[in-house]
Design a protein around this ligand. Structure first.
Ligand code: SF4
Length: 219
């Protein structure tokens, strides 16, 4: 109880000052490269300048995570599953009772299923549309098929394992909205979250933000 009050106070202090004293959720990027080539993203264009986290990086972070009361680490990317040591990184965190969530393209869920069920508490997979739309936006063949096979396999092994789909909505897929929900239901995904394409910042590794002029956008 006292611990919980102290953490709440630290979170309040973090919001009121310029000093971070509580960080319940931390997002890490274990691997900078990606195995998709999404039309709304420039991250994959920089695949050759690969950077990845090591076990030493995570061990060095532990003291700070403990100090900041971190309860959950979200593994984002690039594609986190491209880091050959990803599950070792998860193991280090889990031993400290930190929950691990994974954001993934879903292309290699099936071959990593056993490790995912062991070290990752829940998953968020990218879903852009029905099969044709998803593959067109991901810009690689069979992306939808691999995602579906992976999700169905995890659900076969452990039906209660929570898998969320996340969809970036933009002008290529906003009319596909009902098909996105149908595809998610069909493969056994538990819920879907939607977010608009962020065109006003340097998200997705863009060198220039698009700002209010949307006419030059292709997505
Ligand atoms: S949007 Fe995500 S999945 Fe697609 S290329 Fe960029 S980092 Fe990879």
């Amino acid at each position: 109880m006292l611990q919980s009050i102290a953490h709440t106070y630290k979170r309040y202090r973090t919001l009121q000052t310029h000093r971070i004293s509580a960080l319940p959720v931390v997002i890490l990027m274990p691997h900078s490269a990606c195995n998709c080539r999404c039309v709304m993203c420039d991250i994959w264009k920089d695949n050759k300048n690969l950077k990845q986290l090591t076990e030493a990086d995570i061990s060095d972070l532990l003291l700070s995570l403990k100090d900041l009361g971190t309860q959950q680490v979200v593994m984002s990317g690039g594609e986190a599953l491209l880091n050959a040591n990803l599950f070792k990184l998860c193991e280090i965190l889990k031993k400290e009772n930190i929950k691990v969530s994974l954001l993934t393209t879903g292309l290699s869920i099936k071959q990593n299923a056993d490790q995912l069920l062991r070290w990752v508490d829940d998953m968020v997979v990218s879903l852009d549309g029905d099969e044709a739309m998803h593959d067109a936006i991901r810009n690689i063949p069979n992306a939808f098929k691999k995602l579906k096979e992976g999700v169905e396999y995890i659900k076969f092994l452990k039906p209660s394992y929570r898998i969320t789909a996340r969809t970036v909505i933009h002008r290529l897929n906003f009319r596909n909205w009902p098909a996105i929900i149908a595809a998610a239901k069909d493969m056994g995904i538990d819920r879907v979250s939607f977010l608009p394409a962020d065109i006003s910042s340097h998200a997705f590794n863009r060198q220039t933000a698009h700002g209010p002029n949307l006419n030059s956008m292709k997505y």
